[in-house]
Design a protein around this ligand. Structure first.
Ligand code: NI
Length: 443
């Protein structure tokens, strides 16, 4: 509330930092700028020093030697799968799932999901990820971990429509939306999470769409991840690809976040673009599991809302979105035999504003702009690999490490300060997650 004759002082002032922020038209690079934060929002971004009304903040962060950029947005993950990191690697997809992951997942309890997600949140904050889109189960526990760590997240309960417990799953998915959509001052948003077309028959998807319509939420789904999935879909559904099939069912009448979209045709890309479907590209996971290479340059050219995700830590094996941006740039240059493809500014865009657009949160996050939520990361640029100073955007994508990130602000709250997580006891999180993970795999 403004008092007559004077303006409220900001809560945080970041002074004299180099500011790098993606924009639709290309990145903003301000060699020496200030950012003022009032409450949960950015009140000023511009040259340093900020005008007098933005001075006198309760907390001043000296930005010299630091790069300020918007927090990364992880557009697709299963956070609690950190518990299975390194538990089973280098296996064919189906053997990996049926022999290792699914049996272990069947033993998961609510408390496991809580500590697995806490571990994921701490890891993501350290890597400058401020928002993530998650699909899993025991999602109340995920929401609690998001609440406690101070992160921002879009949560969905994964729904398997062709297995026992499908109705129960849908009921839990709806409850999650009712209980948590808009919670924690808006940090948590929700979606419904039909897992994939091959696990959710039409009759089940009809129910999911009815619920989405009632609740006013979108959907998070896996689409066209593997060649086999597309082949089978076409064989069963009269030649329709999973994306064509979903269009026929009316799924894209809703806001949809589609993970993977690796094996897509030109017609599929047309549909994704025309229907505003968000695509979470997970290059690290796609490479590790040998799923294939998504035609991302083509999708971007067609105007598809593409963002970047890590997928779960069992198949990546970390939640480092900066690494994902670099992998994406390298992969698509190699795949297209064209080094001009996915240049550094575009890779940075994908990890921030691109992912925000995929989640339909671009009005709120994804750039450093006045009026947007204050989700800001400060990276130390005084490292040998950040010199000389030819091009900071290039350095961020091609040379920086996520461990260069020192301070992270989410929703106007400092959640990591100079390398120390402020919201939770990190040592405790590591110990409890280790304990839960060992108990799960030893049984
Ligand atoms: Ni996934």
């Amino acid at each position: 509330m403004c008092k007559t004759g004077q303006t409220e002082r900001p809560d945080i002032l970041i002074s004299g930092a180099q500011i790098v922020s993606p924009r639709e038209e290309g990145p903003l690079v301000l060699p020496k700028g200030d950012i003022a934060v009032s409450g949960s929002k950015i009140a000023y971004v511009g040259p340093s020093p900020a005008p007098p009304q933005f001075q006198g903040a309760a907390k001043v962060i000296d930005g010299s030697g630091l790069v300020a950029m918007p927090g990364f947005v992880n557009a697709h993950t299963h956070a609690a799968m950190t518990l299975f990191r390194g538990f089973a690697d280098d296996m064919p997809l189906m053997a990996w799932l049926t022999q290792k992951i699914w049996p272990a997942e069947a033993r998961l309890k609510a408390n496991d999901v809580y500590w697995g997600t806490m571990l994921a949140c701490v890891e993501m904050i350290r890597a400058g990820v401020t928002t993530f889109a998650d699909m899993y189960f025991f999602m109340d526990e995920t929401a609690k971990a998001v609440d406690r760590t101070g992160m921002r997240a879009s949560l969905s309960r994964g729904l398997i429509g062709n297995a026992p417990g499908a109705e129960q799953g849908l009921a839990e998915g709806k409850e999650l939306c009712e209980r948590w959509n808009g919670a924690c001052g808006g940090r948590i948003t929700t979606m419904l999470g039909p897992h994939a077309p091959y696990t959710c028959p039409r009759s089940f998807l009809e129910k999911v769409m009815e619920a989405a319509s009632e609740l006013g939420v979108g959907m998070h789904i896996h689409l066209s991840e593997t060649e086999g999935e597309v082949r089978e879909c076409k064989a069963v559904h009269g030649g329709l690809s999973p994306i064509e099939l979903m269009a026929t069912y009316g799924l894209f009448e809703f806001p949809v976040l589609a993970a993977h979209c690796v094996h897509v045709s030109d017609r599929d890309i047309e549909i994704l673009s025309a229907r505003g479907v968000g695509v979470a590209h997970n290059p690290g996971c796609n490479m590790k599991i040998s799923s294939g290479i998504a035609p991302v340059p083509k999708m971007l050219k067609a105007g598809v809302r593409v963002g970047l995700g890590t997928d779960g830590a069992a198949s990546n094996n970390n939640l480092d979105l900066l690494e994902e941006a670099r992998i994406a740039a390298f992969l698509h240059k190699l795949a297209s035999s064209d080094p001009t493809v996915l240049a550094a500014p575009e890779a940075l865009y994908l990890a921030t504003l691109g992912s925000a657009r995929a989640l339909r949160l671009e009005e709120t996050i994804g750039t450093i702009d006045e009026g947007k939520k204050a989700d800001i990361v400060l990276m130390d640029s005084r490292r040998p690999h950040m010199y000389p100073r030819h091009d900071m955007v290039s350095h961020i994508v091609y040379s920086a490490r996520s461990s260069d990130i020192r301070t992270v602000i989410i929703d106007g709250r400092v959640v990591m300060e100079d390398g120390v997580i402020t919201t939770v006891d990190e040592e405790e999180v590591l110990a409890r997650a280790e304990e839960r993970a060992q108990a799960l795999v030893l049984k």
